[in-house]
Design a protein around this ligand. Sequence first.
Ligand code: NAP
Length: 308
Amino acid sequence: MTELPHFQRLALIGLGLIGSSIARACKSASLVGEVVGYARSAETRVAAERLGFVDRTTETAAEAVAGADCIILCSPVGTYKALGAEIAPALEAGAVLSDVGSVKGCVLRDLQPVIPEGVHLVPGHPLAGTEHSGPEAGFAELFSGRYVILTPPEGADLDAVDRLGGFWQAMGAMVEIMAADRHDKVLAITSHLPHLIAFTIVGTAVDLAEDIKGDVIRFAASGFRDFTRIAASDPVMWRDVFLNNKDATLEIIQRFNEDLTALQRAIRRGQGDVLEHRFAETRAIRRGVIEAKQDDMPAPPAETDEQP
Ligand code: NAP
């Protein structure tokens, strides 16, 4: 069993849903010596101090990482390049530099060239989240029973990978190691395409004529409701996901279009057997998801805006 604290000083860059959930999990189980936080706006930094999930905040990202032995970027992936350039001179040798971004190839592309010798880059992605954003939205149990995928580059320091993995396990997560490009292909189908479909369906509803739109909202429970929840996710985060996982998402959209066209043809031709066969196959996938205990997300406790 790893001794506490896992790290003496954890620096979190970005204090929204994911950053504040990590901070809350650390506080509730004393996983680190000190949590230092930085977010772009003063408003978020003030909220983080008021909510008490950080020990202190700083006015720049570089100040936050100074003296930290673990740094986790918890901002949209499109911010990493500029943040990497800013924090690089302040990173201490031996520190573990990680992130929580939903795309992984771009992390190596944007951070590897700038980080100094002796700093261990171990990108990560917790497969946990909600459609809510901001420092109030986080909760300590978010990662409990969820996978966290670490994508260390070739030749990464194994001790750093172990330490970071142990830290996530202490937050209740199950840790998997994967190559970044494989991660991006898998997530393109399991997360990125479903979000794109939700954005599209809800967007189509937005464009409907006013008279029918009212009834779409009223009768949303018939399936549309779940799409509206997914489509309420943070626009900036999702913009950055698609811009940074271009190849894998374009490939999966192409396949999806082909499969959709096949179903469209079956409907037009009245081929009930084709439809029924396909739907029976997809039903089996659902059973597999339930058996893997990945069918729901931990809900925030009733009073998430209290002290963690
Ligand atoms: P969020 O709630 O919107 O929080 C984002 C945080 O990043 C905010 O504190 C924001 O500061 C800060 N930020 C934005 N631009 C910044 C910059 N240039 N410099 C410093 N801080 C900056 O987002 P989130 O859901 O926590 O997502 C954060 C990361 O987690 C993303 O990379 C996302 O891909 C990944 N992720 C998200 C989910 C999910 O379900 N949401 C799941 C897994 C992974 P302000 O508040 O001041 O704007």
